[in-house]
Design a protein around this ligand. Sequence first.
Ligand code: ZN
Length: 377
Amino acid sequence: MSLTLADARIATPEGVHDGWLTIEDGRITHVGHGPAPRTGHSLAGRLVVPGFVDIHNHGGAGGSFPTGEQDKARDAVALHERHGTTTMVASLVTGSVEDIASATSSLADLCDDGILAGIHFEGPYISKARCGAHDPKLLRRPDPEEFGGLVKAGRGHVRMLTIAAELPGALDTIRTAAAEGVIAALGHSDATYEQTIAGIDAGARVATHLYNALPPLGHRTPGPIAALLEDERVTIELINDGVHVHPAMLRLAYTVAGPERTVLITDAMAATGMGDGTYVLGSMEVSVKDGVARLVEGGSIAGSTLTMDVAFRRAVQQVGLSLAEAVEVSSLTPARVLGLDDTIGSIAVGKAADLVVMNDSLEVAGVMRRGAWITEP
Ligand SMILES: [Zn+2]
């Protein structure tokens, strides 16, 4: 079965052009310029970008990945799919080792089914001083052996670990992660500049939501933010909801790291796609007001209610990225972080037909995943 999408504006890594594309068996088989050589489904001049890749996401539609409940997790994935996310990593939060292990083995089933692209442990090996919405009572000292056991529970699907480099045992745990094929990400950390570099030297390659849950940049105390930004080995995550990071600070980070080292994430939690109200993130109670999630106790920001389409649109309209740059930081670079850029992350022949159709105001008009419409434009 072959499908031609005609009269489209297509965003490829080379730029945006008027053209058409053909899809067969879930893959892109042709990308052409100008009018399509055969009749097809006309997109009436609308923009087509690659499906978004979200490497840091705790849930949505009332479902929270840290609970490990499969039906709820499917609801969350479906919600984000409708907003253009075609590849997603499920992020857990700090919990007891038993709870993390059981959520992990449950979510591993959804990874087996191709619904999730992996599991991310955010915690429990993070700083008490920078724990944000994580339960301080459940934080643990990094332990490579304990971590190895949690990785086993995921049957090959644990893809990322957020850890604070300054904690005793952290560097060994980062080395274990690297050896197990798990991406070590530095975050929720009170480390100095030097301690952060030691974490990168041990194998850490991602900065978990840069700026958030880290000591601020200081001209005599550069801290982790400067170390992570300037190191070419590190890709930085940014939550582009206008609440977590000011657009000017986002531009600053982007100017240093560039499109190859910057990824937009949602850090979305259960309330995403739902109304204001009271929700739970791990063991913590969260109140959502005007779309902003905060801990009931203490008021820390507790994840977001962001979706990738909004992060993408804000990148163009508020931050000032070009369409091509916004595509790169929402799809190709996160795909590369996961080691999946051979098969997803851009509109190119041979890659999966993961597509988002957008109207002129960059709102989602249609979503295709692996060649099947989730929403038909
Ligand atoms: Zn998070």
